[in-house]
Design a protein around this ligand. Structure first.
Ligand SMILES: Cc1ncc(COP(=O)(O)O)c(C=O)c1O
Length: 480
């Protein structure tokens, strides 16, 4: 069939392009990528669009004919890239931003273009060796013992679920009946979601009210576990936060580690947001005890500046990952591993896996670890400077002081009722988004709506911070 085709038609039948076309398209895409990295700070954080306009541009019929690639790039530019919310924008302080970095993006492009399979060690496998090397670097950076190992997954949610699956396997022999697990009410929803997927029922999840600093209170934890044991339940795990999403609050890691050791409980630390701060001098101090966890989730696609998707599950005893996940099959015999040649598909859910490790390997090498430590420390400092700036105007109430790169606050008006203040602060946030200069996301703390800035992007400047606070003050003044 293909012999009868010529030129463009033959290429199309093979889902390919000529070399000159590929080079031309690559130049264009490369230019778009460089434009993104160089021009981002001068563009709006988010460009409001409407569903009807997006539908008009993108809800199309199945393409039965080939469309020129230049037209596709124009369409993507107009309806996606020019209308999106930039998670890597230096003035995006919402949720947990994804600052990313150019080298990581390039590594992803290479990994995707070469379509590298990282489920197993097949042939001379430099990709597997890079993954082993990066996991070993993380083990050293997070100061885990030599027995520890890990697995790159899609993000923090998957890392939490992977670690909790290991805890269930090792502590309960996969029989979760009557087992109970403990965490504060500030714990990320991915923990409860992971537990739900793993078969735990709501009555097995003990969500403990956090203390005045939004940390897990040890006394309440002790009492709850003692009461549950008396009832014949089987407490098996405590989930500690190394930086809550709301406020960057850190649970008392050393106390939890002591308690878990004494009570024979698994200690999982959700460090998906703040765990990476352990690489910086002040974060290391604040997170003392992190390396005593039985398992730890971190999220390189947040505060280790990698493009999506990259999370990491670190387990104190690497062998537990394999105990938990390995299932063999005849058609996989060719991939049977030796001690030096691990198959990462045996360590988690995915068989076919992409080469996530490459981006972190290339970024750590291209910039060096000290640059990462400095970039993370800079994010912690930037939240402190944000707090300093807010304190200059008494209309701002600091709700939680800067902690691990997050500060929460709200605009106050003398005599205004709480619910009206909630509405006012929500409006400040939504008007700021419409303005496009900056973006932050509100949250609810102790029943009150508060504004929240997460300042982990190393390309954020002090002027960005001052400009954002100034813009919010102008919005507030116009509203009251
Ligand atoms: C503390 C914490 N844990 C888990 C997650 C989930 O991570 P992901 O969105 O990468 O799945 C987040 C996300 O912000 C988080 O802040």
């Amino acid at each position: 069939m293909s012999e009868t085709l010529h030129g463009r038609a033959a290429e199309a039948a093979a889902l390919s392009f000529t070399e000159s076309e590929m080079r031309r398209i690559m130049d264009k895409v490369g230019g778009m990528i460089v434009d993104h990295f160089t021009g981002l700070k001068d563009r709006p954080v988010t460009t409001p669009s409407t569903l009807p306009s997006l539908k008009a541009g993108l809800a199309e019929a199945l393409p039965m004919e080939a469309v020129p690639v230049d037209d596709l790039l124009d369409q993507v530019r107009s309806f996606v890239l020019d209308q999106m919310t930039h998670q890597d924008h230096p003035r995006n302080f919402a949720f947990v931003p994804g600052p990313s970095n150019f080298i990581g993006a390039m590594a992803d492009a290479l990994a995707s273009a070469y379509n590298i399979f990282c489920g197993a060690w097949i042939g001379p496998s430099g990709s597997a060796q890079i993954e082993i090397t990066v996991i070993e670097w993380l083990r050293q950076l997070f100061e885990f013992p030599e027995t520890a190992g890990g697995l790159f997954v899609s993000g923090g949610s998957m890392a939490n679920m992977t670690c909790l699956a290991v805890a269930r396997h090792e502590m309960l022999a996969n029989n979760p009946f009557n087992a109970t697990i403990y965490f504060s009410d500030q714990t990320h929803s991915s923990v409860a979601k992971g537990l739900k997927i793993l078969g735990f029922q709501q009555y097995q999840l003990r969500k403990i009210a956090s203390d005045g600093h939004y940390r897990l209170p040890m006394e309440a934890l002790r009492q709850k576990i003692a009461a549950d044991r008396q009832q014949g339940l089987v407490p098996f795990c405590v989930v500690a936060n190394a930086g809550t999403t709301n406020a960057g609050a850190i649970d008392p890691l050393n106390e939890i580690a002591d308690f878990c050791a004494a009570e024979g409980l698994w200690m999982h630390v959700d460090g998906a947001y703040g765990g990476s701060a352990a690489l910086s001098p002040s974060g290391r101090k604040a997170l003392d005890g992190l390396n005593r966890a039985d398992s730890l989730s971190i999220d390189p696609h947040k505060w280790m500046f990698q493009p999506y998707e990259m999370g990491c599950a670190i387990v104190r005893n690497q062998a537990y990952l394999k105990d938990t996940f390995r299932v063999s099959a005849e058609y996989l015999k060719i991939m049977e591993e030796s001690a030096e040649q691990p198959n990462f598909s045996d360590y988690g859910v995915q068989l076919t896996r992409g080469f996530r490790a490459l981006k972190l390997w290339m970024s750590l090498k291209a910039f060096g670890v000290p640059a990462f430590r400095e970039a993370i420390e800079g994010g912690i400092r930037m939240a402190e400077k944000t707090e300093e700036r807010l304190r200059q105007n008494p209309a701002w109430e600091i709700v939680t002081p800067a902690c691990l790169g997050i500060v929460t606050f709200r605009w106050t008006v003398d005599g205004m009722a709480e619910k009206d203040l909630d509405a006012l602060n929500a409006k400040i946030s939504s008007d700021l988004i419409m303005n496009g200069y900056a973006m932050l996301s509100p949250t609810v703390m102790s029943g009150r709506l508060v504004l929240r800035m997460c300042t982990i992007n190393p390309r954020t400047t002090l002027e960005d911070i001052h400009g954002t606070v100034r813009t919010m003050e102008e919005i507030a003044a116009a509203l009251v």
